[in-house]
Design a protein around this ligand. Structure first.
Ligand SMILES: [Mn+2]
Length: 314
């Protein structure tokens, strides 16, 4: 990818506001934080803001943490806004602020959905947005510095978006970029522990999920009710991330993992496929994402049943 324009826009702007997506994962946060810290390191006179709209106690409990601060609308209007890992405006955390930014950029690896920014540096063949950002830093490594903190944030996003280098979204470039990151002596064991260590209660909830998976007609599925999540005293934002537990079951090609967000009352349905694209099914119910990994937010539980039936017909 040609990053010349991206570098030019960063060099030109003094105020830069960085955005992640709602229900943030380590890929959106890792690419966001890495870019912010890279700019701070190489352009110390620039002002960086990490925009947000979630509760800070939720954000500060995730594997990648940064110093969140929303600029005023007046500052945003004079700023470069960059959104990471997000193909649609409705998924931007603090979308209103993003749209107020003077110039906007999207860096993403989702399938194209709609034009949401003035400039786009996106490639749906990449495993993760962190892989794209790492490629950007590597392109300019003779001119600009990287740090262990920056590279650990990127490695966290690559590791999680590929499910520890297991998902079919991997390419040779993922390994090349990962090798480049690891050459800088990052503490990858720390990254893994920080991302994957569970509390005893979280582990017991995982055991509940494993015990209660339904497997029929090549589909592994589960609806995890909030009463169960509460019973194990696990925060919702952690409980909803357990979709990967349904991976690697013999003769299973599809996964449906459903929880209910207590706040919005929406059902959050995560879909995975080994090979056959399922993003059109997600789209049919107002969702989106990648060809083999996507999701739907639904107001009624019927959607879970309907999606199951649609997948059975594939
Ligand atoms: Mn991603």
């Amino acid at each position: 990818m040609n990053f010349k324009k991206l570098l030019e826009l960063i060099e030109k702007n003094n105020n830069i506001v960085l955005f992640h997506h709602i229900f943030p994962d380590p890929d959106t946060l890792g690419s966001c934080k890495a870019t912010g810290e890279w700019i701070k390191l190489n352009f110390p006179q620039k002002r960086i803001y990490y925009a947000y709209e979630e509760k800070l106690e939720v954000l500060n409990d995730l594997p990648v943490v940064m110093k969140y601060e929303n600029p005023s609308i007046d500052v945003a209007k004079e700023s470069l806004g960059i959104i990471f890992d997000t193909p649609v405006t409705t998924r931007i955390s603090n979308a209103e602020l993003f749209q107020q930014s003077k110039t906007t950029i999207k860096i993403d690896h989702h399938v194209f959905y709609s034009e949401i920014s003035d400039y786009s540096f996106s490639d749906s063949a990449k495993s993760s947005t962190c892989e794209i950002v790492a490629d950007f830093f590597r392109s300019y490594e003779s001119k600009y510095n990287v740090s262990v903190e920056i590279l650990e944030a990127l490695f966290t996003g690559i590791v999680t978006d590929t499910n520890r280098f297991l998902n079919p979204n991997l390419t040779a470039s993922t390994f090349e970029i990962s090798a480049w990151i690891l050459k800088h002596d990052i503490d990858f064991a720390k990254v893994y522990r920080n991302t994957y260590d569970s509390s005893p209660n979280e582990l017991k909830l995982k055991a509940y999920i494993l015990k209660n998976i339904n497997v029929e007609k090549r589909i592994a599925s589960i609806f995890l009710p909030n009463e169960i999540i509460d019973q194990y005293k696990v925060p919702y934002h952690i409980a909803k991330e357990n979709v990967y537990l349904l991976n690697n079951i013999k003769n299973v090609d599809f996964i449906i993992f459903c929880t209910r967000d207590a706040e919005s009352q929406n059902y959050k349905i995560s879909l995975r496929s080994n090979k056959i694209p399922i993003n059109e099914i997600a789209k049919k119910y107002g969702g989106g994402g990648h060809k083999l990994a996507c999701g739907v937010k639904a107001q009624s539980f019927d959607v879970f049943t309907k999606i199951k039936r649609d997948i059975e017909d594939l």
